[in-house]
Design a protein around this ligand. Sequence first.
Ligand code: FES
Length: 144
Amino acid sequence: MANTLFKIQLRAFDELELSLDLDSDGTIKSAQLKGVGGPEMLRLLEDWRPRLKGSLAQVELPVGSSGPEIMLREILMKARGDWVEPYAEEELCHCRAVPTPIVRQAITAGADSPETVSRWTTASTQCGTCRKDVIALISALRTK
Ligand code: FES
């Protein structure tokens, strides 16, 4: 795998991009980690750029729950082929017509409970059927 690009962009928020050049055995020949965002993003870039070497499978994953850490964890898991999309439908809340990317964005930006997601996005504020999906997304994005 050569020059594989993984990218996450949050509308009006942060952006993180990882470009990898890998040997056939999964060893990182070169890695470029670029990001746009605030101080947390700048700290993440400074902390993690030196760690992106050796075997991709053995690069540690960020364990924190800041937006940039959530984004990098997802990107690294995607690069390894370990990422399982926690909720695949385009729209998460059908009553309020809230798209899944909006819910994901809220969670990455700091919404750590279904109540906060509801306040920020209006998802799960009517019939409540989608609440379990909001909880699943919070769990998948914040604690993987
Ligand atoms: S589907 Fe989200 S509140 Fe009904």
